[in-house]
Design a protein. Structure first.
Length: 332
């Protein structure tokens, strides 16, 4: 990505990409999440809270996606269904993935149709529409490249089947890598049932490989989050100009004006109005308080019915009792 920060630690909405993927696994109630990482992964471990559900698996050689899953396979119980997620596809929601588990097939792959599928593996089907395999873009023929249905890299595999699907993997391809995508054709050859689940959430399944794609992922996340909050009773005068990063809770009838930024952990009470250009970090704002324009709160705690600003600054440790007013250009 041409930055000094590793890709998996690049932030989206204030949290590193890898944390979003782990959060998705937890939302699906995964009993164990196996993270396949390089030997230099101390930064990743420090970025994620371990709730006893993480297993760090070191891949000493980068020999492809299939090889990565082979490293994790010995740690997976035979009675556990397996969901393969990608660290650089951080915005998948539980609702998008749940249908993979509802399909009774032995193996299921998440697919999406793209107008421009260049660079992605294509889904191969027979005349009856049954999935036969996946061909990587670099290995595809001209006819195969015309296919618009692509592999997202997300697979669900029924309990006990993973070892038998990984064993036949070969690196006899143009890249000399072990492709996880080959498990689809292997499953078909073994007589297993294979299904596809197609999503219309193209942005959610998009990979993040450069800073342009990172910015697009940030916008998608903020837009989706804003829609969820507005449906829950938070009013945004222009949701495209509100950024919420980290864990922020809102009461009812909160109003967020344009160009406001909230960085969690924050608690915003009922009836709070936050005017344009204000930034609130790691703070508690009590019910019916008014944060006037271009004010900055960091590490502050406000009781109910407070008024701050405009152009005021509350530093870490500032505590306002009920009904306190802080005027313009005041620093506390």
């Amino acid at each position: 990505m041409k930055t000094l920060v590793p890709k998996m630690l690049q932030p989206i909405a204030g949290a590193p990409m890898i944390a979003h993927v782990v959060s998705t696994a937890r939302a699906l109630k995964a009993t164990k999440t196996h993270l396949v990482v390089s030997e230099d992964h101390a930064g990743l471990k420090a970025a994620i809270e371990d709730q006893g559900d993480l297993n760090w698996v070191v891949q000493t050689e980068q020999l492809g996606t299939g090889h990565a899953v082979q490293q994790a396979a010995p740690f997976i119980n035979d009675d556990a269904a397996v969901l393969v997620l990608l660290g650089d596809v951080p915005l998948l929601a539980r609702e998008t993935l749940q249908p993979l588990f509802e399909d009774p097939a032995d193996v299921a792959v998440l697919t999406v149709n793209l107008q421009n599928p260049a660079g992605y593996g294509r889904i191969q089907r027979n005349a009856e529409g049954q999935v036969l395999g996946i061909v990587e873009d670099k290995d595809a023929t001209a006819a195969e490249r015309s296919i618009t249905e692509i592999n997202t890299g997300i697979f669900r595999i029924n309990p006990g089947l993973l070892p038998g699907l990984l064993a036949p993997l070969s690196n006899d391809n143009g890249q000399g890598e072990y492709y996880l995508t080959d498990i689809i054709s292997i499953a078909v050859h073994q007589g297993l049932t294979v299904a596809s689940v197609t999503t219309d959430q193209a942005e959610a399944v998009s990979g993040v490989n450069d800073l342009v794609q990172l910015a697009a992922a940030e916008r998608f996340f903020q837009r989706r989050q804003a829609q969820q909050l507005m449906r829950a009773g938070v009013r945004m005068l222009d949701p495209a100009r509100v950024d919420i990063r980290g864990a922020v809770s809102f009461g009812r009838d909160v109003v967020l004006d344009v160009n406001t930024v909230l960085e969690g952990p924050c608690q915003i009470g009922h009836g709070v109005v936050i005017e344009a250009g204000s930034v609130i970090k790691n703070s508690v704002v009590g019910d019916n308080s008014l944060i006037k324009s271009h004010s900055s709160l960091e590490g502050a705690s406000l009781a109910q019915d407070c008024q701050v600003g405009p152009y005021a600054r509350l530093r870490p440790g500032a505590v306002l009792g009920a009904g306190v007013a802080i005027g313009n250009f005041v620093e506390v």
